[in-house]
Design a protein around this ligand. Structure first.
Ligand code: G3P
Ligand code: CA
Length: 248
């Protein structure tokens, strides 16, 4: 079973921060997962929600902030690692700078999820392809999205990029893969609704879990560690988890 750090080590650190990604790279993980969106002035930033409210001290939509404005928002950090106990929403290029040595030395992969279902960020596909190529990281990137149009666009622009289709039920991922060029299925761990999945696809099945404890946020839930043997029998090859340290 391959283990990915979902939004970094996001149990131990605030999600999608440089601190969470740095922590993840200290473990023998397969890769990190992160979410990108565009600022008002078209810069790629790493944040999950369309609004900044849950994870920063600001309010409003990511797409209504310029990068300069967004960088003023604070994310509380529980140790002295960041100045004054705060960090910022990172740009994708800051993450590349941090993680690239681990990609080159340890083969760490980066799963970039294009968040573009609720807000359609025009041109985000071109921007991310250009940045990845400029950083020489193409071999280490897997693109994913809940927006099938985005997956198709990426493949159209460069058929050699690696992609994973995101959907809650694995049946939906499977049916998309039946008609489109895609390199992996990325279903919700709780929606493995296809029997004998291994007989139906040779693609990696990377299941994601969003129900793990998130200590930094008010809607904290109890941690649920999945039975990896059970998942493997269900056809899962990889897991995205907030607590890669425990799964490893
Ligand atoms: O890529 C897997 C997972 O991250 C998808 O869900 O909501 O955590 O972005 P979400
Ligand atoms: Ca994600």
């Amino acid at each position: 079973m391959k283990i990915w750090a979902h939004r970094g080590c996001s149990y131990a650190w605030p999600e999608n921060t440089l601190q969470a990604f740095k922590a993840a790279c200290q473990y023998p993980i397969t890769g990190i997962e992160l979410d990108i969106q565009l600022t008002k002035d078209g810069e790629m930033v790493v944040i999950h929600d369309e609004k900044v409210d849950r994870t920063t001290d600001g309010t409003g939509e990511v797409c209504d902030f310029t990068l300069e404005e967004l960088r003023k928002l604070k994310i509380a950090i529980p140790t002295s690692e960041a100045k004054h106990g705060f960090t910022q929403i990172p740009t994708i290029e800051e993450v590349f700078e941090l993680v690239k040595p681990y990609c080159l030395k340890e083969g760490v992969l980066i799963n970039i999820e294009l968040k573009n279902s609720k807000v359609r960020y025009e041109g985000m596909e071109d921007k991310i392809l250009e940045a990845v190529s400029r950083w020489g990281l193409k071999d280490y990137i897997v693109y994913s999205s809940f927006n099938p149009e985005s997956i198709c666009l990426l493949k159209e622009k460069d058929p050699s990029v690696k992609t994973g289709i995101l959907a809650a039920p694995v049946s939906e991922c499977l049916s998309f893969a039946g008609n489109h060029p895609v390199d992996a299925l990325h279903p919700n761990i709780k929606n493995m609704d296809v029997e004998n999945l291994k007989d139906k696809t040779n693609l990696p099945v990377r299941a994601w879990n969003t129900s793990e404890f998130e200590p930094f946020y008010p809607d904290a839930r109890e941690i649920e560690i999945q039975d990896l043997g059970e998942l493997e029998r269900a056809g899962v090859t990889d897991i995205f988890t907030n607590v890669p340290e425990r799964y490893l």
